[in-house]
Design a protein around this ligand. Structure first.
Ligand SMILES: NC(=O)c1ccc[n+]([C@@H]2O[C@H](COP(=O)([O-])OP(=O)(O)OC[C@H]3O[C@@H](n4cnc5c(N)ncnc54)[C@H](OP(=O)(O)O)[C@@H]3O)[C@@H](O)[C@H]2O)c1
Length: 309
């Protein structure tokens, strides 16, 4: 039985196969160089589209479900993508990423970002050692404190690992605005390389407070829930792209949503959950071409706000 994702991927492939000229054009566009990048302290320049793994990579059943994930990671690396966001708390996701990237021999092309979510220093250390094993690597590029849990203890451990060269960058994450005040407090008090927060065209709270603070402090922002899982696609289902999408070289709704985020003045890196080749080509496409200016960002906000919830 095909699930919804399999069905969509299949339909996209069938459509592309049926129209060779379009297929060729899409492949050329996807293979074009020049992904937009932004720096992360300790890591360097990073393309602004990454991959999130919390849902799709958390529990694939058997080889049949690993096939599209392997193909997605392969295509991601081929097209110059780098950042893979995962966490100890995402079921088997770290293990799946470790296995597939080892099989593909692409670990060195990628940036692994994972998270520690523990209540004590000892628990955190054990989790982190587990992450190294599951990801099958001696160096994890970035580890963040998941949902600012036991933050000071965990950040102390992460600083230690950074000093030893086992990780390159540290950060904190949240996806809940009830944590924003505490999150900002940590951002002001601690030296961080990255933060990760929820932000989307219809969920703009972080754009007014967390992201400006990141910009002021020179911290690289990463964005989770860029589509609100499937919320934005449901809101725009069946609607043609507005004319203004052409002004930002967006050919799909996904690119519209991602380009809105990327155009925030703090220059975020976006990590949409992605487990098919058509989706990764689409999402990497958002890292190319023009971005909306302040006036068009307003137009985009007004458009989405006018749609029924
Ligand atoms: N507190 C935290 O630290 C925290 C919290 C939440 C998330 N995260 C991170 O952020 C990542 C992103 O969040 P998320 O995966 O929950 O939600 P999301 O990125 O907002 O949405 C992911 C879903 O969007 C759909 N999608 C992806 N690309 C698409 C495209 N080009 N066209 C149409 N649909 C597309 C897929 O749905 P279908 O598969 O159903 O088609 C996918 O499952 C997570 O994977 C995780 O790594 C961190």
């Amino acid at each position: 039985m095909l699930d919804r994702r399999g069905l969509i991927a299949g339909l996209v492939s069938v459509t592309l196969l049926a129209t060779p000229a379009i297929a060729q054009q899409a492949r050329r566009a996807a293979a074009a160089p020049g992904l937009r990048t932004r720096p992360i302290a300790g890591i360097g320049e990073v393309p602004v589209t990454g991959i999130g793994t919390s849902q799709i990579y958390s529990n694939p059943q058997g080889e049949e479900q690993l096939v599209p994930l392997r193909a997605t990671l392969k295509r991601f690396a081929e097209l110059g993508g780098k950042v893979i966001d995962t966490a100890n708390g995402y079921g088997r996701a770290e293990e799946v990423i470790g296995q597939l990237t080892a099989e593909l021999g692409i670990r060195d092309k990628l940036i692994f970002a994972t998270k520690v979510g523990a209540n004590t220093k000892e628990e955190g250390l054990a989790q982190i050692e587990g992450s190294f094993k599951k990801l099958r690597t001696n160096m994890i590029d970035l580890i963040a404190v998941h949902n600012i849990r036991d933050t000071d203890n965990q950040l102390a451990t992460l600083r230690d690992l950074k000093a030893k060269g086992r990780i390159k960058a540290i950060g904190i994450t949240t996806s809940n605005d009830s944590q924003y005040a505490a999150f900002e407090e940590v951002m002001r008090r601690q030296q961080l390389d990255t933060i990760q927060v929820d932000y989307a065209l219809d969920n703009r709270g972080a754009g007014d407070r967390i992201l400006p603070l990141a910009q002021e402090k020179g911290i690289a922002p990463m964005i989770n829930l860029p589509f609100g899982r499937n919320r934005l696609f449901q809101k725009t289902a069946g609607k043609p792209l507005p004319d203004w999408a052409k002004e930002i070289d967006a050919t799909t709704w996904a690119q519209v949503f991602l380009k809105y985020i990327m155009s925030h003045p703090s220059r975020p890196i976006v990590i949409p959950g992605t487990g098919t080749v058509p989706y990764i080509e689409d999402n990497l496409g958002a890292a190319r071409g023009r971005l909306p200016d302040a006036a068009l960002r307003k137009t985009m906000e007004q458009y989405i706000d006018a749609l029924p919830a």
